[in-house]
Design a protein around this ligand. Structure first.
Ligand code: SD4
Length: 323
């Protein structure tokens, strides 16, 4: 069972004017079996600022697709978030290379991977979806497409990220560190007032990865999957492990078969622990929401949490864990 850590009683949503105490009361009802049309935003880790931005879009009656794009852009622009966009840790050659994807309620999707020098890969992914006959653009081609569409080239390597790379180079040892190295990739799912679902996922990937390495985050079905009839799922953690099990697709398919979002996330994690050696040494976490608005999350190791926003407030919830 999810162990709930309740806090953040700050933002007041939906013009309800609830006091902090009332919010606490509202929070204890979550997750609720709300109406399909009850808007919600859910995202990996504790990125409440991103949720807030997404919520603003939903509150005005905007599309869930716009909400998730706007929401994850907050993380992409934040230099302190060292796993996403600007300020992301570089690969072993000192290059910041970004992966992102987006999916809407009709199953349309767009993705970029191994993209450099562009601060908002999620918006490039959206344009791939909307303006091209393709789903995924990589590397130079993705950059060219971005530049042709008005995105500006920017240096994304911050001083802090450069220093951590210099530090890493002293030993050049590649070993994922649970909940540290892989912390902060943002996967976000939203349900709009019209009941439609969309999702987005964006990351700078595993720190100090091999140049050219692409993780799960830009891969539809691995880092993100949305089916408007069922629900959506996102993944974070060691991308290779998520890809091997087609993680987010698996979670959505388990929900389609009748599992709750929580049970589906638990089964997907167990699938990894049953089939993949060395799971004790890496983290994978899944986060899901079904179209009734029920949420669930589960990870291999302790330490994963998610931000949940609904009418009434934002909260950060600790996920259950296998080990
Ligand atoms: C990757 N899944 O590239 C990403 C990393 C991640 O939080 O989730 N970081 O493997």
């Amino acid at each position: 069972m999810t162990n709930r850590r309740k806090f953040i009683a700050q933002a007041i949503l939906g013009g309800l004017g609830l006091s902090v105490g009332q919010q606490g009361k509202a929070a204890s009802r979550w997750p609720i079996s709300g109406l399909a049309s009850e808007p919600a935003v859910i995202s990996t880790w504790n990125n409440v600022a991103a949720n807030r931005k997404a919520w603003k879009v939903l509150k005005k009656g905007g599309r869930a697709l716009d909400a998730v794009e706007q929401g994850v852009r907050v993380a992409e622009a934040n230099p302190e978030d060292m796993s996403v966009g600007y300020g992301g840790r570089p690969d072993r050659d000192g290059k910041v290379t970004l992966d992102a994807c987006i999916m809407d309620e009709e199953g349309n999707c767009g993705s970029v991977c191994f993209l450099q020098d562009i601060k908002h890969p999620i918006s490039v992914a959206r344009l791939v979806m909307e303006k091209t006959p393709h789903v995924m653009l990589a590397g130079e081609g993705a950059l060219q497409f971005a530049l042709e569409n008005g995105f500006e080239r920017e240096n994304l390597l911050t001083e802090d990220a450069r220093k951590s790379w210099e530090e890493w180079k002293k030993e050049s040892h590649y070993q994922p560190v649970i909940n540290i190295e892989n912390h902060d990739t943002i996967g976000m799912l939203a349900i709009g007032q019209d009941g439609n679902l969309s999702g987005a996922c964006t990351t700078s990937g595993a720190a100090f990865k091999m140049h050219g390495r692409v993780g799960d985050s830009p891969i539809i079905g691995a880092g993100l999957y949305v089916d408007n009839e069922v629900g959506g799922a996102v993944a974070t953690g060691l991308g290779e492990a998520v890809i091997k099990t087609a993680g987010s697709f698996l979670v959505v398919e388990l929900m389609r078969q009748g599992m709750s979002p929580q049970a589906a996330c638990e089964e997907a994690v167990r699938r990894i622990t049953r089939k993949q050696k060395g799971y004790e040494d890496f983290q994978v976490a899944f986060l899901a929401i079904n179209r009734e608005g029920k949420a669930g999350a589960y990870s291999i190791h302790k330490g994963f949490m998610y931000a949940l926003s609904r009418q009434g407030g934002h909260e950060v919830v600790d996920a259950g864990h296998f080990i």
